[in-house]
Design a binder for this molecule. Sequence first.
Ligand code: TLP
Length: 343
Amino acid sequence: MIDLRSDTVTKPSPAMREAMARASVGDDVYGEDPTVNRLQEMAAALLGKAAALFVPSGIMANQLSIRVQTQPGDEVIVESRSHIVRYEHGAAAALAGVQLHWVNSARGILEPEQVEAAIRPKDPYNPTTKLICLENTHNSGGGSIYPLSTIEQIRAVALARGIPMHLDGARLFNAVVATGVSAADYARHFETVSFCLSKGLGAPVGSLIAADEPSIQKLRRFRRMYGGGMRQAGILAAAGIYALEHNISRLKEDHENARRLARALQKIPTVSIDLDQVETNIVVFDVVSARGSASEIVADLKRAGVLINAVGVNTFRAVTHLDVSSQDIEEAGRIFATVLSEK
Ligand code: TLP
């Protein structure tokens, strides 16, 4: 089975498992796990921030970042198809008590004018705009990369209004590898930045939030409130360290495989795809035929040996990652051609 549902499906390699087995551990709620501490130091250094905090998931990283920078009743500006809106079960409302202010965009990338227009006036009637969240790369935007110049302009708008920014950088290193812009150069424009170890970087569990030291102290308390304080988490952190040391630069192979897959899909008459929009490891495409519902197409592909996700009525997402080779992608291309050309 060639599993292209997500880069979250990767399994720890034998070498990563060895690093996990060898990890020194301690009780991280006491701050005494040396491997967690080392991972946090590495993450802070990579992102050019004073400190970082290891958390169990990307959603927890986003939600803690929102919680720590807002009060109930505040408003948070987000792109309308961002992960925070689409896939976090209303957590920002349920856990932080904030209202999300969605702004539409073509591929997940907001323009500075849109952000400026979404900021509420300071008067007795409007809610208070307390935070702006961006996502880079943008999952539902098809792995789209935020141009650094756009981030800089949004930052200028935010600074002029005194509004902090959070970056959902679940796939930040895909943007780093694709553009050559360093993680720190992206991160400098945000008060809080999260990234995931358990996507293209190939670790089994975990995300990090980088920020200044006082924010990390507050985040640490909220992490415990949210049930995310872990004990001998060094076993997981060791996988994260291995991922940061070995699996960043190879993300370019996933990007090449995504383009390889996109080129194969483009040749299929029933598929509509824009090659220019395949910037990283996510391939989003439409199937323009009456050959069945999205779930039927997903089931047909599964029977033929490829797993993908439907993300719309006739829109699909395939994600490349370190557990699929270029040969797998070629095989997947052949399977797509057979299954999608059938009717
Ligand atoms: N994304 C998952 C699904 O939840 C959709 C995927 O398969 O792509 N931010 C972004 C941009 C993400 O894509 C994800 C996961 C998260 C946050 C949450 O990470 P986890 O699943 O670790 O909580």
